[in-house]
Ligand binder design. Structure first.
Ligand code: FE2
Length: 274
């Protein structure tokens, strides 16, 4: 099973740029084309929040129009730039699956169970699962004890060393950790929010932040680093579930030279003529 994780697309209405500078729709278009060109093609695309920049209906509509070329299921959860209500209004199928005011969902259609949590907090940049999110997770993992699961949410529950982002990460990470430790079927935790490829461990399992298809938060590990972004190579995460482990790749959204062979037709390693 192959999962493409697209995150932090920050779509703006037609004619508008994110932060007055980034044509995020063009970047998402490139990301969609990249996913379509992958062989094998991902079974599903998960979108871990900040679909929109300002939670506007026109931004969700534009996101949906850009994602419409994808033939596989596209499964979104909100980030701090979205809202539960905004996302659920724009995605009736998500609202039907969530069945409540927040967008917590379990998708059991694949070999790996996808437990998608809504960590958005109205009007705030930081995240929280809250009592409802934690109860949803606990119940989902109790029901699915015999099925390997990937847990997804926008806000990382761990610090990254990028101070201005760490100030707005998940506030109830300790409660999340306690639940994950009681459920060893969870094989990974996948987040967004920081727009950079980051890996660590959390509750004893691999925890990743997927890179973004457009602007990235600047890599500044000084304690008083300013809130800035860079335009680095756009990318998304590809998570391969092998049946016994989750292997996470970064897939660059660009055309690079290659592929070039290592071996000639006779099977000998290609060596330059000195
Ligand atoms: Fe974001």
């Amino acid at each position: 099973m192959l999962i493409a994780q697209l995150t932090d697309t920050h779509i703006r209405p037609e004619g508008a740029l994110a932060y007055g500078r980034v044509d995020t729709a063009r970047h998402m278009e490139a990301a969609v084309s990249h996913i379509l060109a992958l062989d094998p093609r991902p079974d599903v695309v998960v979108v871990t929040g900040d679909l929109t920049d300002l939670d506007l209906p026109q931004e969700y509509a534009r996101f949906r129009a850009l994602a419409a070329r994808l033939p596989m299921p596209v499964l979104p959860i909100p980030g701090n730039h979205d809202s539960s209500a905004g996302l659920l209004a724009a995605f009736p199928e998500v609202a039907a699956r969530a069945g409540g005011p927040r967008a917590h969902q379990v998708v059991d259609a694949f070999d790996l169970s996808l437990v998608m949590l809504d960590s958005s907090v109205p009007g705030a940049a930081h995240g929280a699962l809250g009592a409802d999110g934690l109860a949803f997770l606990e119940a989902a993992l109790e029901r699915g004890r015999d099925r390997p699961a990937l847990v997804l949410l926008h806000h990382p529950p761990f610090t990254t060393g990028i101070a201005h982002m760490d100030a707005q990460n998940l506030r109830d990470g300790a409660a999340l950790e306690a639940i994950l430790r009681r459920h060893p079927q969870v094989v990974g935790l996948a987040c967004g929010h920081v727009h950079r490829a980051i890996t660590t461990t959390f509750a004893g399992i691999a925890a990743t932040i997927a890179p973004a298809p457009a602007h990235v938060v600047s890599l500044d590990l000084s304690p008083d680093g300013p809130a800035t972004f860079h335009m680095e190579p756009p990318a998304l995460a590809l998570h391969l579930w092998t049946g016994d482990r989750l292997v996470s790749h970064v897939s660059q959204i660009a055309a690079y030279p290659g592929p070039f062979p290592f071996f000639d037709e006779a099977g000998r390693a290609i060596v330059s003529a000195a």
